[in-house]
Design a binder for this molecule. Structure first.
Ligand SMILES: NC(=O)C1=CN([C@@H]2O[C@H](COP(=O)(O)OP(=O)(O)OC[C@H]3O[C@@H](n4cnc5c(N)ncnc54)[C@H](OP(=O)(O)O)[C@@H]3O)[C@@H](O)[C@H]2O)C=CC1
Ligand SMILES: CC(=O)C(=O)O
Ligand SMILES: [Mg+2]
Length: 415
């Protein structure tokens, strides 16, 4: 681990600090180039956009740019470390946008006093971009922030920790439950965490068939139940009329543990209390709710996923956000709606059942084969098919649900 720490610091520091830079898409060598790029030529697209704002998509980079915006209040599972400390994560998200979906992302860290001030700041700059990816903003403020910004902006606004995570978790869960021979309708879920990711994941799983009454959610104070008087309106949605109070009370006989909280909150003893053939997605980053080694030592019949790249079954929103934005931008969707999210869930889940190209195996030197099963319930982030499959499904869903300004996909779209 000490070695990984130094390697990670060196990766970020050398040869150039940070993970991204700006590149030019037009020539700037000659005086004629400058006369076009700058004065006097630049005045022409200015006039066009002033008379028709949609021309910004034609004459500027707006249509292929996403702002990755954070206030640093829930940086991974590290907590509220402030806007500046979130910059490496936001640059990381920008790297993933570019590498996986060729989207130019700009990271923005916002210092603010009130939630309204944050919302006003983002609203004021929103027209610069084709979309806004909100990141690592803690609950419950994140819910109001996203709701308000969707209302006020004409471009897609998407809180990745809510919906990117929910889409990938649902895709992986559908597959894991199928492999374990369990039906989503009957499965009993224990969700550790009741914040941005947890509320969105369980909401999505209920939309995908899970029974609301089979869901137990916990926060730092234990089980969320109807006799608590300290719940916000989002936790209240998952309050159960139950006498169960602790993780041990609810984990007994549970089919699924979903961790979206913090490190090492699930023990080997807890794992032993679960039903036969359980599913454990311990998604907290960088340190999961239980280490896979500990869970596998406890029992052999489980399917285990984490948010990390260095274990099988990476349940991480990287499988979603670059691709869902690609689809949304390409049809100039005004928002990312439920139809688009569900289309992404199924595109991801179905891809895991197909045979895996050699190029994917080559990116994982310690893996000799990958096929649908307990150690492969989700595609790998390096899978080049994620881009066309998810983006096409999302773009088509945007068109079909009436939120796209471009209403026909080209025949050769992303082939
Ligand atoms: N793998 C993935 O793709 C993703 C993983 N995550 C992970 O999910 C976690 C939560 O992120 P997010 O929802 O954005 O953050 P939030 O701040 O919105 O929510 C955190 C939630 O976790 C609960 N929590 C924290 N520590 C514990 C603990 N020790 N025991 C029980 N509950 C705890 C908090 O409880 P309380 O309400 O009482 O404060 C809160 O409900 C992080 O670890 C993050 O890395 C998030 C997004 C994507
Ligand atoms: C992956 C991610 O977005 C998180 O852990 O916050
Ligand atoms: Mg995040």
């Amino acid at each position: 681990m000490a070695d990984l720490r130094q390697q990670a610091l060196d990766y970020h520091e050398f040869p150039t600090p940070g993970k991204m830079a700006v590149c030019l898409t037009k020539p700037a060598q000659t005086s004629m180039d400058l006369a076009l790029a700058y004065s006097p030529g630049v005045a022409e697209p200015v006039r066009e956009i002033a008379s028709n704002p949609a021309d910004a998509y034609r004459y500027t980079a707006k249509g292929n740019t996403v702002a990755v915006i954070s206030n640093g209040t829930a940086i991974l599972g590290l907590g509220n470390l402030g806007p500046l400390a979130s910059k490496p994560v936001m640059e990381g998200k920008a790297l993933l946008f570019k590498h996986f979906a060729n989207i130019d992302a700009t990271d923005i860290q916002v210092k603010h006093r009130t939630t309204e001030e944050f919302i006003n700041t983002v609203e004021a700059i929103a027209d610069t971009f084709g979309g806004i990816n909100l990141e690592d903003i803690k609950a419950p403020e994140c819910f109001e922030i996203e709701r308000e910004l969707i209302e006020r902006c004409s471009i897609p606004v998407f809180h990745d920790d809510q919906h990117g995570t929910a889409i990938v978790t649902a895709a992986g869960m559908i597959n894991a439950l199928e492999i374990q021979g369990k039906s989503i309708e009957k499965a009993v879920f224990v969700c550790m965490g009741a914040g941005a990711a947890a509320i969105a994941c369980m909401t999505m799983l209920v939309k995908c068939g899970a029974s609301r009454e089979n869901v137990y959610m916990l926060d730092r104070k234990g089980v969320i139940h109807t006799r608590r008087d300290d719940l916000n309106e989002y936790k209240e949605l998952f309050a159960n009329n139950t006498d169960k109070r602790t993780l041990q009370d609810v984990i007994k006989g549970a089919d699924v543990f979903l961790g979206l909280s913090g490190p090492d909150v699930l023990t080997a003893e807890d794992v032993l209390l679960m039903a036969d053939n359980p599913v454990i997605f311990a998604c907290s980053n960088p340190d999961p709710e239980i280490k896979p080694e500990v869970a596998h030592d406890a029992r052999k019949d489980l399917i285990m996923g984490t948010g990390r790249s260095d274990y099988p079954n990476q349940v991480n929103n990287v499988l979603c956000f670059p691709f869902i934005f690609r689809g949304a931008l390409d049809v100039r969707a005004s928002r990312i709606n439920d139809e688009m999210k569900i289309a992404a869930v199924h595109a991801i889940a179905e891809l895991a059942k197909e045979s895996v190209p050699d190029s994917v195996l080559a990116a994982y030197p310690n893996v000799t084969s990958l096929s649908f099963g307990p150690d492969y319930v989700l595609p790998k982030p390096m899978d080049p098919r994620l881009l066309p499959r998810i983006a096409r499904a999302v773009a088509q869903a945007a068109i079909d649900s009436g939120v796209a300004a471009i209403t026909t996909l080209p025949e050769d779209y992303l082939v």
